[in-house]
Design a protein around this ligand. Structure first.
Ligand code: ARG
Length: 702
């Protein structure tokens, strides 16, 4: 900072007129001399020095030399020492002069931190050789503590005064503390903070009043969630001033302060008794002054937990534990009755518990118990489900499955009822039917066949009488087939494979569900794969052994009056000679003037022919014709010796259906013959009973 001063000084010099530098700090010591000392002083002088030292100090002035013209009362020349207006001395003469007033060796002490020196000389003795004076001064600390107290304000410090350089401090004896006025002392109370759940508090000296004013603060601060009760003892006395409104706690009081509430002052001679604060923090301020007498007070405090409201009941559920009251940190949990689930805010929860919080509120509201719902029962293909009891899909509701009769029946044959259980699953009431399944009914047309006959020499089949009948076209050539399952058509191998070449799926069209060829041709179904019997080998159309094949459909069939499977042969099924079977197809018919393609489904009833007899007839035919295939044990014959009724070209792959008293079953597949309806020969049919294993295996594996 030296340069700042420099600049100001330079400015001052250059401007020659400018303000004085700021007043210097009061000195702790210094020297004062008369003008031109140690040369004699001039006449007609008037000079003044205003000395000052810091606040809280006195000035001690010591003359090292004083030589001023002596005169009576120092009338001519003098050095006057003043403290403000007060004259401390007027000096002249020298140490040994008889006249005048010399200060001698005694220093002059100013009452305060200022001192004024005035030196003056007159012109009465121009020849004099007096040197004037020189004096040293230093600051001396004032001992405020030993100063006499002013009458009105009492002692500087009520107990202990400590002098310091330039000032003083008040202090208190042990057991007392300095008040905010920094002067007076009060009894210290060791109030402090009480955090234990129980405690005992009392005013200083209780029940004897303390000798001095007290100002005590006690804080009871316990964990939140607990509430403090104050229990004042009967011996209670705090000075009060009587007023019209009763005792007024004017000078002495105990103030009780609870958060968020107006502080309350208590006093008088009656104990407040039990005070429930409903708070975990209580402040007590005990105040008395130096006048009057209060014997004081004592109290025991204790704490109790915050109470939460009773939780109430849950419909279809249970709240545990059941208590008469619920306090801070108590837990309750809720469980629903069997068949009910816990819900809060529309959400299901696994378990529920809530705690009574320190605020006196449950941390979560009670949940609800809603009845369990099993959801929609699984739909049943080709069947349905109906409610037997209960509402919707709720707990204990019972549903029953049924199949679309008479085309499907329930696997296992029993009724299938399911109950909605507490685990939210539909459970079967029957140990056998765990999953209801509808299986197609086979071989039971809704319309009976009339008992009249002929394909080749046959009759028109009325609607829905042979619902398993299939019309196939393979590259435009007609063939027959029969429905045996909802994706499977049974036919003859030679319909699908000619000259050793198997037809591709794209060349095969499948028609079913009707008797009118024109109508049928409007809605073909597609094959997804074909399975020719692995042992079928007939490149030259001479070997019809194993003439059996399966077509798998792309789309699943739904059965009804017009489409129904024919049953596969039972394990013990047999071919009894002369038993009539129904042969049907869209193959060629006898017009009387040659063969014709039929426009409607035809059928004929033909008896099973004794195998030996058929062998004989075929062997005879071989003598007359070439290319007559061999009859094997995988074939049987059907027909009449007189001829006229037969299957023919275009019927191949179609059914020879046998009636077992309840259902039609697939006894044979139209395979081959020698001409059609000729006398003495029979039609040959694939013996399906020999292939049930292969059929089931193929369907199962694909
Ligand atoms: N193989 C002929 C067809 O492809 C079936 C012949 C049946 N003939 C008979 N006389 N039964 O349609």
């Amino acid at each position: 900072m030296w340069w700042t001063t420099c600049i100001i000084w330079v400015l001052c010099v250059s401007l020659s007129e400018c303000r004085r530098l700021p007043e210097e700090k009061p000195q702790m010591h210094g020297e004062v001399q008369s003008p031109s000392y140690p040369q004699p002083y001039a006449p007609n002088l008037q000079e003044q020095w205003d000395l000052s030292v810091p606040e809280g100090y006195q000035i001690n002035l010591t003359f090292t030399h004083l030589d001023i013209e002596a005169s009576a009362d120092c009338h001519n020349d003098s050095l006057t020492v003043l403290y403000d207006e007060k004259l401390l001395g007027k000096f002249c003469g020298h140490e040994n002069s008889a006249e005048g007033h010399h200060p001698g060796n005694q220093p002059i002490l100013s009452p305060g931190n200022r001192l004024t020196l005035i030196f003056q000389s007159d012109d009465s003795n121009p020849e004099r050789q007096n040197l004037g004076f020189t004096a040293q001064y230093q600051a001396i600390d004032i001992d405020e503590c030993s100063a006499q107290p002013a009458e009105s304000s009492g002692p500087l410090c009520s107990q202990i005064c400590l002098n310091t350089l330039g000032s003083y401090l008040c202090s208190c004896q042990h057991g007392y503390e300095l008040r905010s006025d920094q002067r007076t002392c009060v009894l210290s109370c060791n109030g402090g903070t009480f955090s234990e759940p129980e405690g005992h508090l009392f005013s200083p000296g209780y029940p004897t009043p303390p000798p001095h004013a007290v100002s005590c603060q006690y804080v009871i601060s316990v964990e939140s969630g607990f509430m403090v009760s104050l229990n004042f003892s009967d011996n209670f006395h705090i000075e009060s001033v009587d007023s019209e409104q009763g005792p007024d706690c004017l000078h002495h009081w105990l103030q009780i302060t609870i958060a968020d509430r107006e502080p309350v002052k208590v006093c008088g001679g009656t104990s407040p008794g039990l005070v429930e604060t409903n708070s975990n923090i209580v402040k007590l301020d005990y105040h008395t002054d130096d006048y009057g007498q209060s014997r004081g007070w004592s109290l025991d405090y204790n704490t109790h937990r915050v109470k939460c409201p009773l939780p109430g009941a849950v419909v279809n559920g249970r709240v545990t534990p059941i208590l008469t009251e619920y306090l801070y940190r108590d837990y309750i949990s809720v469980r629903c009755d069997v068949g009910y689930k816990l819900m809060t805010d529309g959400q299901e929860i696994n378990s529920f518990s809530t705690m009574c919080q320190n605020t006196g509120q449950w941390h979560l509201p009670l949940p609800e118990c809603h009845i369990i719902d099993c959801g929609e029962p699984e739909p049943l293909q080709n069947g349905g489900v109906t409610f037997l009891s209960g509402i919707e899909n709720q707990y204990l509701s019972v549903v029953q499955y049924h199949c679309n009769e008479p085309f499907y029946s329930l696997l296992g044959g029993l009724t299938a009822t399911f109950t909605c259980e507490a685990d939210r699953r539909w459970r079967s009431n029957n140990e056998i039917v765990l999953h209801p399944t509808c299986i197609p009914v086979c071989g039971k047309p809704v319309e009976p066949l009339p008992h009249v006959q002929r394909i080749f020499g046959g009759y028109d089949a009325p609607e829905n009488t042979i619902p398993w009948q299939v019309l196939l076209t393979v590259s435009g050539d007609r063939g027959g087939g029969m429905v045996i399952a909802d994706r499977w058509i049974l036919t003859a191998a030679h319909v699908l494979q000619q000259k050793g070449i198997t037809a591709t799926n794209a060349t095969i069209e499948v028609y079913l569900g009707g008797i009118d060829v024109h109508l049928l041709l409007k809605s073909p179904m597609r094959a997804s794969s074909v399975y020719i019997h692995p042992d079928y080998n007939n490149p030259n159309s001479i070997d019809y052994n194993h003439d059996i094949a399966l077509i798998k459909l792309q789309d699943q069939l739904t059965f009804g009056p017009s489409v129904m499977p024919i049953c596969l042969p039972a394990e013990d099924a047999t071919y009894i000679t002369n038993t009539a079977g129904v042969v049907s197809g869209f193959g060629q018919i006898d017009s009387g003037q040659g063969r014709l393609s039929t426009n409607t489904l035809k059928f004929v009833e033909l008896p099973v022919v004794d195998q030996e007899r058929c062998h004989t007839s075929m062997n005879e035919a071989k003598t007359r014709r070439s290319n007559v295939p061999d009859l094997t044990d995988n074939m049987f014959c059907a027909g009449r010796p007189e001829g006229g009724k037969d299957s023919c070209q275009g019927d191949s792959g179609g059914p020879f259906a046998l009636w077992n008293g309840k259902q039609y079953w697939a006894g044979g597949i139209v395979s081959w013959g020698v001409g059609c309806g000729l006398k003495g020969v029979y039609g040959a049919y694939t013996k399906v009973t020999n292939y049930v294993g292969w059929i089931n295996k193929t369907m199962h594996e694909n």
